[in-house]
Write a protein that binds this ligand. Structure first.
Ligand SMILES: C[S@@+](CC[C@H](N)C(=O)[O-])C[C@H]1O[C@@H](n2cnc3c(N)ncnc32)[C@H](O)[C@@H]1O
Length: 758
């Protein structure tokens, strides 16, 4: 995963830096030269050429791709004005730990299929220092060290780095200047566009020899890129730049087509990703996916301190700096003379190569000492070992993974990093909490499609199908329910669940979270405590999510120069209702056979007025005459079932029949639900879901899904539910009495409730 350091220091990039367009990114395999493939505009190419012309002194042989790259490649220039992100709310214990990924693990991490389900989180194997964005002056760097790292040490470290950093910064500045000049020139050319000069991007342009540009991707990629830029310009200023009679949709379609050609995505995935952003930002996202993220290591505070580690690595010729104020344990590497996966410090477990974004779920979970924590999908262990470090090797971590093979890497990391409070297990996490429950905290770093780590695994561009985006979210939803059910809501110190993925799709993130909110009324979203990150979507592409979805966090390569990531945090506030959807599975250890609806979002029910609410409260929508017909039909059915003549006089029905004939029952419950659901969303995440479920159930034979939700919903208003409701004395009486107006009914119902309580 990418380097985090840029995260902080590098807020959202304004303009695309085409010098960073690189195609590739390798899995970490010790030092291997990084293949670089870039597309640039002429202007940027010039800038790059200029940068290359700058003397770059290198100390000795570059032993890894990163180093090689960094020496040869321009890097984003430092921007002194950029400020470091504030420190994380909780401190990553610096004195203690580090997690690491072995080379093998690094390779594994890129697996993003349903089987491998790897989140590339931890395997930032790219040792490409060249992407390092040093946004700070030397003074800024000093500020990156945490307060508890003493100043002398900071100075020494900074001095040791200073030569390399200065050289790098000089080079970056030169590149930036050249780029700025080129951009200015380009911008000048683009101003004052006469109507006849509006970009004509909707027809395939032809090259000098009359060949269509779209057929010339490999021959003239620059023309394609120009069209991409033009299309985005038009979409940015549609009114002034669009050709007359052309629709926005046409331009969008053109953009999609060109993105597929230029970056090599399947149309399906490009469309999905394009839908996440405005056109220009989408372009930045696709561009960023062509560039490796910076290399980051996490200090294992179980074995050393960051300052000591930094000094040791600097002595070995590694150029580094703290990843940012938000972490006390991260170091960004921007040049290395040694293979980072084979240094004595690495082998001694003083650090782990870990993408910066992989720190985030663990920081959000914030495990406390002596707690019981479950890491549901733990291999290869980047986050497990981080958890152990934060817990100072106290308490107990159950590190589970369904893959035996990947669990080997997990075990290796646990040993190398000196973790002594972890137990490794090899179950499908769907089997929790049957295997074990009652945890203080649960981390679900879920298997995902890996759309956040395309820079690391370009195969994601083409190997994900529509089926993947159905199967994966389904698995993620079930895993999340298991995670929730495995937590002890009575936990004195915890009661939290963190759900994260290294994917940016809505299907794998907000929709999964919303599903859990809907199916588990006993959880709510809480703040992650992370100091940066974009808010999760509450609305996108016609889907609407609960307002609390804002508390989830999204990370993108183009905004923070980290791998794409999603982090959400739940607090469990009560026990899971016994008949909640999925609870069946939880109790017998098997996946539920109950069909699970994916309608976890979109609450378009209009908010009711007070009158409407009152009417609903009074069951004002019921028609006694109509109900009578239903009652009679029910009586007839019942009589038939019991072998009686359905046409016989209903008044002769037996006593047992009467409760069944009553109208209240499920309908009443449904009505109550309707009221609750249509109420304006309060704090309760639960509300939206219940509504959806109920509607789907149409008040009829509520499947387990519906009844589960209904229970949760009805309980707070102390309403009886299901058949029991129909049999309540209050309801029997109400059914037997002549039609009363709403207020009377309400009064009766209230008094009935009181009696019931008494
Ligand atoms: C994103 S990776 C986890 C990375 C890990 N959290 C870390 O930080 O090193 C997802 C993991 O989920 C595992 N997995 C997939 N399906 C699973 C299941 N049903 N139960 C448990 N683990 C599963 C995969 O084997 C994979 O190791």
């Amino acid at each position: 995963m990418g380097g985090m350091n840029n995260k902080k220091k590098q807020p959202m990039p304004g303009k695309l830096d085409e010098t960073l367009v690189t195609r590739k990114r390798k899995d970490y395999e010790a030092p291997v030269a990084v293949e670089q493939k870039r597309r640039r505009t002429d202007a940027k190419a010039k800038a790059k050429a200029k940068a290359k012309a700058e003397p770059v002194s290198k100390k000795g042989a570059v032993t890894n791709g990163a180093a090689k790259k960094s020496a040869a490649k321009p890097v984003k220039a430092a921007k002194p004005s950029k400020k470091a992100a504030p420190p994380p709310p909780e401190s990553d214990d610096e004195d203690v730990s580090d997690e690491d990924f072995s080379d093998d693990e690094m390779a594994d991490v890129n697996v993003t299929g349903l089987d491998a389900l790897g989140s590339a989180s931890e395997d930032d194997s790219d040792i490409d220092a060249d992407d390092f964005d040093s946004d700070e002056e030397d003074t800024g760097k000093k500020a990156m060290w945490s307060d508890d790292e003493d100043e002398d040490a900071q100075e020494q470290l900074t001095a040791a780095n200073i030569e390399g950093l200065s050289r790098k910064l000089d080079m970056q500045r030169a590149i930036e200047d050249a780029e700025a000049a080129a951009e200015l020139e380009e911008a000048n050319l683009q101003t004052n566009i006469a109507p006849e000069d509006r970009p004509r991007v909707l027809e395939d342009e032809e090259d000098e020899e009359g060949r269509k540009i779209s057929n010339l991707v490999t021959q003239d990629i620059q023309l394609l890129r120009t069209r991409l830029n033009d299309t985005i310009r038009v979409l940015d200023d549609f009114k002034n730049l669009a050709e007359p009679g052309r629709s926005r949709a046409e331009y969008r379609a053109q953009l999609l087509k060109d993105i597929c050609s230029y970056y090599g995505y399947s149309e399906f995935l490009a469309d999905k990703l394009l839908g996440l952003f405005p056109a220009r930002e989408a372009f930045a996202f696709f561009e960023a996916n062509e560039t490796p993220r910076p290399i980051v290591i996490r200090t294992n505070t179980l074995r050393t301190h960051r300052r000591e580690l930094a000094q040791s690595l600097i002595n070995r010729g590694v150029q580094l700096e703290p990843v940012g104020k938000w972490s006390k344990v991260g170091l960004q590497i921007f040049d290395a003379q040694v293979p980072l996966g084979a240094t004595p410090e690495y082998l001694a477990g003083h650090y782990i190569l870990q993408a910066a974004s992989s720190f985030l779920p663990v920081m959000a979970l914030a495990p406390q000492e002596n707690e019981r924590v479950l890491d549901m999908a733990a291999a290869p262990g980047g986050k497990t070992t981080h958890l152990a470090a934060l817990m100072k090797n106290t308490g107990c971590i159950f590190a589970n993974d369904a893959s035996k093979e990947r669990s080997k890497g997990l075990i290796g990391n646990i040993h190398r990093l000196g973790v002594r409070n972890a137990i490794v297990c090899n179950y499908s996490a769907l089997e929790f909490p049957k295997v074990m429950g009652g945890f203080d905290r649960v981390l679900l770093d879920a298997p995902c499609s890996g759309t956040g780590v395309i820079a690391k695994d370009a195969s994601v561009k083409t190997n994900k199908t529509e089926a993947d985006f159905m199967k994966l979210p389904h698995l993620q939803k079930q895993l999340l329910l298991s995670a929730i059910d495995s937590v002890d809501h009575h936990s004195k110190t915890g009661g939290y669940i963190v759900y994260s993925t290294c994917s940016v799709t809505v299907e794998e993130n907000e929709q999964v979270v919303q599903y859990a909110l809907n199916k588990r009324p006993n959880v709510r979203l809480v703040e992650t405590g992370l100091t940066f990150g974009k808010e999760g979507f509450t609305k996108i592409g016609g889907k609407v999510f609960h307002p609390s979805m804002k508390m989830t966090r999204r990370y993108y390569p183009h905004t923070y120069n980290v791998d794409g990531f999603f982090v959400s945090k739940f607090k469990k506030i009560g026990p899971t209702p016994p008949n909640a959807v999925g609870a069946v599975r939880a109790s017998n250890g098997q996946p539920s056979s109950i069909p699970v609806k994916d309608d976890e979002y979109v609450d378009k029910t209009p908010i009711q007025t007070e009158e409407e609410e009152e009417a609903a409260d009074d069951f004002g929508g019921f028609d006694d005459e109509e109900d009578q017909a239903y009652i009679q039909r029910g009586q007839a059915r019942d009589a038939r079932r019991k072998g009686r003549d359905p046409k016989a006089d209903p008044s002769k029905a037996t006593k047992e029949q009467k409760p069944k004939e009553k109208k209240g029952g499920g309908k009443e419950v449904a009505s109550k639900e309707a009221k609750t659901e249509s109420a304006p969303p309060k704090d309760e995440v639960v509300v939206a879901e219940v509504k959806v479920s109920k509607k789907d159930g149409k008040g009829k034979k509520a499947g387990k899904t519906e009844s589960a939700v209904a229970v949760a919903k009805v309980e707070p208003v102390k309403e009886p539910k299901g058949p029991k409701a129909a049999a309540s004395p209050k309801e029997k009486k109400a059914a037997a009495e002549p039609k009363a107006d709403g207020k009377e009914k309400k009064a009766r119902r209230k008094s009935g409730e009181k009696k019931g309580k008494a």
